[in-house]
Design a protein around this ligand. Structure first.
Ligand code: NAI
Length: 340
């Protein structure tokens, strides 16, 4: 028979995270689109992050329930839910990081660009509010098409006079997460030890995984294997869209990826050295104005955009092939923001 036991100490890992939290600065993270397929698990994961002191959950509807639910978890972050546009300012005020998974996801047969007409307007209005209420926040853009929504955000911030290119990020971490998983499986390596940079953009052939730079290196993979891994990484999102058969796109793996990226941004803000992640940012490493590559994160966001390193002939070809599509997606975003 189990009798009432003396109150237990928290388990050692929680003790450690609470102890660590005491030394950490206050950080407010806002999630816009927090009641959605990505938003909900992302809210959960950010509530588990001891670097977050305040978690602000915003959506057009449904956030009070998500916030009440997540708020019962016994971790550091205080949670507040905001629903409807009249509460957006309050949701954003004082934010250090704003994560945006608001907008419609793909259905089978759709490309990310098919989402443009709806999501461009959503992103534009949310970024207008960010410029007003938390102009210094780091913005983690998840809403697709990322290749266009990031340039839209930049234009909105420029117009408002708040643009700081170090603080705007397209979240491409899911491409890295997929590349690592697929590479580790194929090369039979322990997945936790694997790293694969992914550069370019975040749609189809603009996603360019650099398996020639994967660590640990594998000598067992043929050129055909690399081609198949590249294609699978590029089509990873579509694989999920088809498996969900009309019920949306990646949400759980995306929430994981979004949480990893936000955690890296928080560590950078807190002055932790050598935080490097791939992200779609303003860039001069190619002739394109925005490009995903490794970036070093610091107290003001991007500290350094790292170069591409040496590429295999196959990757060089992939880089040239992706440029026209990426260029046109960037231009489409800029044009939309300037004309609307
Ligand atoms: P969802 O439809 O489940 O959730 C979207 C949420 O956004 C809904 O709760 C909706 O109410 C909310 N929303 C709509 N308009 C809004 C507004 N004006 N302000 C605040 N919230 C608003 O969609 P899901 O699956 O969560 O996907 C969200 C976005 O993330 C999509 O654009 C999708 O394509 C993108 N995505 C990006 C990935 C990436 O790697 N960057 C990966 C997977 C999805």
């Amino acid at each position: 028979i189990r009798r009432g036991r003396a109150p237990r100490e928290p388990s050692p890992p929680l003790c450690r995270s609470f102890a660590a939290a005491a030394d950490q600065p206050d950080r407010k993270v806002a999630i816009l689109g927090a009641a959605g397929g990505i938003g909900q698990p992302l809210s959960l994961l950010m509530k588990l992050n001891s670097l977050v002191s305040s978690l602000s959950l915003y959506d057009i509807a449904g956030t009070p329930g998500v916030a009440a639910d997540v708020s019962h978890i016994n971790t550091r972050a205080e949670v507040a839910g905001y629903a409807g546009e009249d509460q957006l300012g309050k949701a954003l005020e004082g934010s250090d990081i704003v994560i945006i998974p608001a907008g419609v996801p793909r259905k089978p047969g759709m490309t990310r660009d098919d989402l443009f007409n709806i999501n461009a307007g959503i992103v534009k209005s949310l970024c207008t509010a960010i410029a007003k209420y938390c102009p210094n926040a780091l913005v983690n853009m998840i809403s697709n098409p990322v290749n266009s929504t990031v340039p839209i955000a930049a234009e909105v911030f420029k117009k408002a006079g708040t643009y700081d290119e170090r603080k705007l990020f397209g979240v491409t971490t899911l491409d890295v997460v997929r590349a690592k998983t697929f590479y580790a499986q194929k090369a039979k390596l322990p997945v936790e030890e694997v790293d694969v940079p992914v550069v370019g953009g975040h749609a189809g052939i603009t996603i360019l995984p650099l398996f020639s730079q994967a660590t640990p290196a594998s000598n067992d993979l043929t050129d055909e294997d690399i081609k198949a891994l590249t294609k699978r990484t590029q089509d990873g999102g579509t694989e999920v869209v088809e498996a969900k058969a009309g019920k949306g796109s990646a949400t759980l793996s995306m929430a994981y990826a979004g949480a990893i990226f936000a955690d890296a941004c928080l560590k950078g803000l807190n002055g932790v050295p050598d935080i490097v992640e791939c992200s779609f940012v303003q860039s001069s490493i190619t002739e394109l104005p925005f490009f995903a590559s490794k970036v070093r994160l610091g107290k003001n966001g991007v500290e350094e955009v790292l170069g591409l390193g040496s590429l295999s002939d196959y990757e060089k070809q992939g880089l040239e092939n992706l440029k026209p599509e990426l260029k046109s997606s960037i231009e489409k975003g800029i044009k939309f923001a300037r004309e609307n």
